[in-house]
Write a protein that binds this ligand. Sequence first.
Ligand SMILES: Nc1ncnc2c1ncn2[C@@H]1O[C@H](COP(=O)(O)OP(=O)(O)OP(=O)(O)O)[C@@H](O)[C@H]1O
Length: 330
Amino acid sequence: MAEVILDGVTKRFGETRALDDVTMTVPDGSFVVLLGPTGAGKTTTLRAVSGLDPIDAGSIRIGGRDMAGLTPAQRDVAMVFQQYSLYPHLTVRENLEFPLKSPILKTPKDAIAARVSEIAETLRISHKLDNKATQLSGGEMQRVSIGRALVRTPQVFLMDEPLSSLDAKLRADLRIELKRIQRDLGATLIYVTHDQIEAMTMATHVGVLDHGRLVQFAPPREIYEDPVSLYAAARLGQPRINILPADLFEGAPPRARHIGLRPEQIRQGEGSDATVKRVERLGDQTRLHLEFAGHPIVTVTDPHTPLRGGEALAIRPERPFWFDADGRRI
Ligand SMILES: Nc1ncnc2c1ncn2[C@@H]1O[C@H](COP(=O)(O)OP(=O)(O)OP(=O)(O)O)[C@@H](O)[C@H]1O
């Protein structure tokens, strides 16, 4: 597996700068998750690294080699996209064998069979190995697509929301499996998702993209606990970070325009009164919807809380984030 280095990568589509001077080092063996709202440049980053789209400026190196002008095959990357791309006339087994049967690889037959059955087991599609790809459900097809990437050991895996079409249970299981496979292989993986849980649990590093610019690149915990901006802070955390005018509370530093409060930054039972609007029991989390000086605040509380709508609850910020008028962290 290999390190991937993007240096000043820019990609334009007409007037749009899909990637704007992106510099990022993806360490060998890391699991990098790209986060950002739709249009931020996540897919464009994967396509640029894969060689599917040429870049307009900058350079991309994989394993120390400049990738300029090289095709996806020459770059030795394996890709999984949101839309499964299987050979419909082949069986699941043949689809999984296909990447290993490349004449360049010269993989022995029994090694291919062993690898295919191992991957099929992991992705729980062993019972479908002799089915045609067209006879599968959407979730099964997606698992085969992931399997087709995983049978190989490329320099880098590139995955674009590979679990998004799966149901919640399978997604939770495969999240753990994918992470395990990545760790066992020591694979370098660049992964796009909108799912925060995937980002928090699988990533060694998160890259936050905003209109084609990389605004923060750090371990997920660091982005959560030490975000550089309001935008980066809002990418992680459920419920979302509360952003309120800075002057609602005491202690705002001079240039502060906004205060950012995650649930653990809101001390309950001290400070000034908020009104409980609603107690929302989600099973694994109990959320409190509050109103404070006319502003809504969402936080979490004890599942056995006696609080009810209409009651008062004192709250006080505890080590909050402060942001200036441009959304930069102070
Ligand atoms: N082939 C294309 N032609 C024109 N514009 C494009 C093309 N591909 C991407 N773009 C534009 O580049 C920007 C970045 O798109 P990209 O698909 O990388 O975003 P994304 O972060 O992956 O979004 P999503 O979460 O919706 O997949 C967007 O403004 C998009 O409209």
